[in-house]
Design a binder for this molecule. Structure first.
Ligand SMILES: Cc1cc2nc3c(=O)[nH]c(=O)nc-3n(C[C@H](O)[C@H](O)[C@H](O)COP(=O)(O)OP(=O)(O)OC[C@H]3O[C@@H](n4cnc5c(N)ncnc54)[C@H](O)[C@@H]3O)c2cc1C
Length: 457
């Protein structure tokens, strides 16, 4: 019997998923609305389009994006194959010629006898097959409407409003203190106190910083509770100190004088390797965010694993509605892949296309779910970060970073580069063991490693 999976969206995740399923002899019907209909950001008629930057991020083996790439190559990623085929010089990053990149993917998918491409907008979830929804951050309105029927209005988001995240190891804790408002013995928040002079300089810098322009299709509609900090700063010198930076109820144990303003940071994961800056969603350009946020006491050497941003982004509340196989908890025939699952970035989106398809192939062919990639691998860390309930607050999108992997436990202080190298070695070993432990019918498709494995730098 021939199995059929419908994939909606021929972007990075959708093409990865199509190629992965076909490797297992599964037929694919791929819906892509281009060139009949374009999202406001897509321009090319071909599949697998890079909508903005032409960089697929770092290729350095000891970086988190480099590690994710190595794992994706183990699983025969067509996106990375296209990346290396269309590479342009870009230092340690995988820069690509976007036309050649997209044409390469188009050709691979078109030439695949098991994939039927339908250039149509899919307006509702098909009922006659398994489905992978990979329609990306700019999912068409009709399908978004149908999705809300299936998953509930409150689990589909249309805007990212995210605060920066810094690695815990880069914080200078001597300038900060743990306290919850009115509860000094609580360790819930890490507080960075400011005096009046620093606060006022900080506000002026925010106001004069460069902002990412708002695209016409993004026309930001923000709730009052999640306004960008620059909007608050422009309302008046004291607005931030009465808002997200209010010092009320916080006593600085290092200083007798009460703080004039406080930046609060909240733990992002457990064990805590990451902190996010509470209420610091912003459209400031990344360079300015780094420069200005490093003025915050304790963050003078901060490493930003994610910058703040606010942009149009359709994504679902994955921890609530998806299992770790990216299928709906209430309908195992429907899976999601790509940016719509709450990952952020080209490569991360493609990786989730691979995982959703591998997992679905396992269920279809073997009648059982695929074992999860190890939690200390990049792929495993990413899957867990989007499917496990966040420690605090709302679920928000994430890119790959070392903070998603369990820390290296050691009595001795290990230099950052050494720790990261160890994390990469640990991940490479456990990822290989994971592939080796897969059922033979799945494993044999990954054994013939024919993909160019070069890295730049
Ligand atoms: C404006 C913008 C800029 C971005 N810039 C970057 C960047 O510089 N670097 C980076 O790493 N990430 C960037 N991203 C984030 C993200 O990495 C990319 O959007 C990435 O392409 C997501 O991959 P995907 O496969 O999930 O979705 P996409 O690559 O967007 O693919 C989705 C596909 O589905 C199609 N589609 C949508 N609805 C339907 C439907 N109903 N029926 C049929 N087809 C449909 C679309 O035409 C599209 O081809 C950006 C996102 C946006 C919105």
């Amino acid at each position: 019997m021939r199995h059929l999976v419908t994939i909606i969206g021929g972007g990075l995740a959708g093409c990865e998923a199509a190629m992965m399923l076909s490797r297992f002899g599964i037929n694919v019907r791929l819906f892509e609305m281009k060139p009949k209909k374009y999202s406001p950001a897509h321009k090319l008629a071909t599949l697998g389009e890079l909508v903005c930057s032409n960089s697929l991020g770092s290729t350095l083996p000891n970086s988190a994006p480099g590690l994710l790439k190595a794992e994706m190559q183990d699983l025969h990623s067509v996106v990375l194959e296209a990346g290396y085929e269309s590479m342009v010089p870009a230092g340690n990053a995988l820069g690509v010629d976007r036309d050649r990149f997209s044409k390469f993917i188009q050709q691979k998918v078109e030439m695949n006898p098991l994939v039927e491409i339908r250039h149509e907008e899919c307006q509702s979830l098909p009922k006659d097959s398994h489905v992978i929804v990979a329609t990306g951050p700019l999912t068409s309105d009709a399908l978004a409407g149908d999705l809300t029927q299936k998953i509930g209005e409150d689990t589909l988001y249309f805007y990212d409003s995210i605060s920066p995240i810094v690695s815990a190891e880069s914080i200078d804790f001597s300038k900060t203190f743990f306290a919850n408002r009115y509860a000094e013995d609580s360790e819930d928040y890490l507080n960075c106190p400011m005096d009046q002079t620093l606060y006022e300089t900080f506000v002026k810098e925010i106001i004069s910083s460069e902002k990412v322009p708002v695209k016409s299709f993004e026309a930001l509609k923000c709730f009052e509770a999640c306004l960008p900090i620059e909007v608050l700063a422009e309302r008046g010198m004291r607005t931030l100190s009465f808002g997200p930076m209010k010092p009320v109820g916080l006593t600085n144990p290092h200083d007798d004088r009460p703080p004039y303003a406080v930046v609060q940071m909240r733990r992002e994961n457990d064990p805590t390797t990451l902190y996010n800056l509470v209420g610091f969603q912003t459209r400031m350009k990344w360079g300015d965010q780094k420069r200005i946020f490093r003025m915050i006491p304790g963050l003078q050497n901060a490493e930003f694993v994610r910058f703040g941003s606010m942009h149009r982004n359709t994504y679902i509340e994955s921890p609530k509605i998806l299992d770790a196989h990216l299928t709906l908890k209430n309908d195992s025939k429907i899976a999601f892949a790509g940016q719509i699952t709450g990952v952020e970035g080209y490569v991360e989106s493609a990786a989730m296309g691979q995982w959703a398809a591998l997992s679905m192939a396992s269920k279809i062919l073997l009648g059982q779910p695929c074992p999860l990639p190890p939690s200390d691998s990049a792929m495993g860390g990413l899957i867990r970060s989007i499917t496990q309930k966040p420690l605090h607050g709302l679920f928000s999108p994430t890119n790959i970073n070392f903070g998603l992997l369990p820390p290296i436990i050691s009595q001795k202080k290990i230099k950052k580069e050494d720790r990261r190298r160890q994390m990469v070695e640990r991940a490479r070993t456990s990822f290989s063991a994971w592939i080796a432990g897969l059922d033979e019918s799945l494993r044999k498709t990954f054994e013939n490693k024919t993909i160019k494995r070069s890295h730049v730098g």
